[in-house]
Design a protein around this ligand. Structure first.
Ligand SMILES: [Zn+2]
Length: 274
């Protein structure tokens, strides 16, 4: 059995601020990447305890080089760096049986969610597929669904746990902190949070046969609201994308991975036209 762990940073226990998650200017960044790596290790231990034979960790935050390779559990492999075709869920393939989303946060527009955003905080205000508002949790679960892999476990702040429970028929969640505002939270001690994650990860893997991959119906209509009209001007350069309004765009295709790639191309072009 093979488990893919997508590891983000904003939802790690103890982390609440930009200067902890920004590799360029963050004075607490080196501390934060260490506790991120340690938290991921608990998830890896849980996966193996539950019966996984192979665990792949995909670093999913920012430049995607946050996890400290020599501090990571030696029996897992690490996908590090960017650009990656499947971004936050690189490593998905037909032999992946289940996915963990560790260190996640609420989608953009969620109140008291630690550094809430969806893929690009600078560019994206709102994202819908087939009318369903999604954040990173939902989009990444849809991509995993294309590989028949259900999301088994979501860890992060309370907002992302509720978001996952609302979207998925069944999912294990571990709330490592309660958001008080965008940049403050009451946090469980990283060691305690890790133990909880290990326990739930083990249970989720043992229970894997009862999960269903997350899917919406094809064709997929993607609707994006970007922050500014100049960003939308850039995103509109992607062929077949239609402009709905000054900052809103839409794209429809029957293949979900194509929609995902177009989505990311729109964010890239939008970001470069800011
Ligand atoms: Zn994120």
């Amino acid at each position: 059995m093979k488990i893919l762990i997508s590891a983000d940073m904003e939802g790690i226990a103890g982390i609440v601020a930009e200067d902890q998650v920004d590799s360029r200017s963050g004075k607490d960044y080196n501390w934060a990447r260490k506790i991120m790596t340690e938290e991921v290790n608990y998830a890896i231990e849980g996966a193996f305890a539950g019966g996984a034979k192979k665990v792949v960790v995909n670093d999913s935050h920012g430049g995607m080089r946050n996890i400290v390779p020599d501090l990571l559990h030696p029996d897992a492999t690490l996908i590090t760096g960017s650009l990656k075709e499947l971004s936050m869920v690189q490593g998905l393939s037909n032999d992946v049986d289940g996915v963990f989303l560790v260190g996640y946060h609420g989608r953009r527009g969620t109140r008291a969610s630690i550094m809430d955003h969806s893929y690009s905080g600078r560019v994206l205000r709102r994202l819908k597929i087939n009318g369903v508002e999604l954040g990173e949790t939902g989009v990444n679960a849809l991509v995993a669904g294309e590989f028949d892999a259900p999301v088994l476990l979501v860890t992060g702040d309370d907002s992302v746990c509720r978001e996952a429970e609302d979207l998925f028929e069944k999912v294990y969640t571990v709330e490592v902190k309660k958001g008080l505002s965008r940049y403050s939270a009451e946090c469980i001690h990283p060691k305690k949070a890790g133990e909880m994650i290990k326990k739930e990860a083990e249970k989720a893997v043992k229970d894997i046969s009862t999960f269903k991959p997350f899917r919406l119906e094809s064709p997929y209509r993607l609707e994006l609201e970007l922050i500014s009209s100049s960003m939308a001007d850039g995103a509109q350069l992607v062929p077949e994308v239609s402009r709905l309004g000054p900052t809103t765009l839409a794209y429809t295709h029957q293949d979900l991975i194509t929609v995902f790639k177009v989505f990311r191309a729109m964010l890239t072009l939008g970001g470069s036209s800011a």
